[in-house]
Write a protein of this length. Sequence first.
Length: 404
Amino acid sequence: MQQVKKVVLAYSGGVDTSVCIPYLKNEYGIAEVVTFVADLGQGDDLELVRQKALNSGATISVIGNLIDKFVEQYAFPAIRANALYGEKYPLSTALARPLIAENLVNLARELNADAVAHGCTGKGNDQVRFDLAIHALGPDLQIITPAREWKMSREEAILYGEKFGIPAPVSKKSPYSIDVNLLGRSIEAGLLEDPMQEPNEDVFDMTSSIYDAPNAPKDIEIVFQSGLPIAIDNEFLSPVDIIQKANSLAGEHGFGRIDMIEDRVVGIKSREIYEAPGLLLLIKAHKELESITLNPDVLDFKNLVEKKWGQLVYQGFWFGPLKQALDGFIDSTQSSVNGKVKIRLHKGNAIVIGRSSENNSLYREDLATYSKDDIFNHKQAEGFIYMWGMSNKIWAELNSKMNN
Ligand code: ARG
């Protein structure tokens, strides 16, 4: 391997990625460490984070405002795909990684760096997502992963940092490992490692508990155009604003918490707590609208595609050929997904109470009705059932002969 001269490091401002800066310079002999911090709506003061990187020895420290792209090109496709890994997790963390990776690669190109780096450990999914996305976009770039190689405990990492002027964290570190962006929060480790241990209320930040949620239910209406949410309660909103509004409505009513055992890419099961109120609400509403606007065979097949799409994104294949091909299928189904869905938010629930589509509804009241307006031809059912059940009837006749 060639000696790396300049590296672009994915930076969060936390202890681990801060320690990566002197570590890359001293242990890997890299002259220039450029840091990149992504604004994904996590709510940190990123100018402080940028300064911290410089104080820790970075030569250049860049903030990337990725929030609009994150929603439009990552969250919205996930809504169209009704994507839920393990039938529960809407991929709020997983979706961010390929976008960060893309920006690391672009910055490496711009600044003529020969490597990119991240601070992920060897046990999680995020390392897989970063590495696979970087391989796809910059196959010539080296990937350096200090935290996968150093054998330092957290305390040792803090001591190592202190030698290079990185202050030890002032507040006692949260006992949990938390990842946050506009779409949601992931909370792992600490007490939660016991899968039978209920999470303390203090792990949550975007959602109320069902005890604190308002007693009165709230009914809302979400409007979709071509499978994308465009308005809530008749207020037309930008993509970012619609996620924000959905987050606050669902969060206030305690909808959007997930507690699950998850199958990580690296083969271990882990206990995960998430909150992703807006994304879960929008997926639920979107799926409901599809039930009235898509043909049954398309719905049935799309279910399979959705499951695979979620797995691919979870497992790091955002930029892979199968994911792209499935995007093509999903996109082609969405032009008729227009209309609105009415939902009642109440004490941790989001209950669908109505759906309609002005121009794309496949629901026909004149066919569905049991009233005198019914136009369905009942007589035709006989011939249909004669053939529909033919093979089963033949089988049953043969069996009853053999048993007698
Ligand atoms: N298990 C989740 C996932 O794979 C959450 C990962 C959280 N990442 C973190 N660095 N804390 O998407």
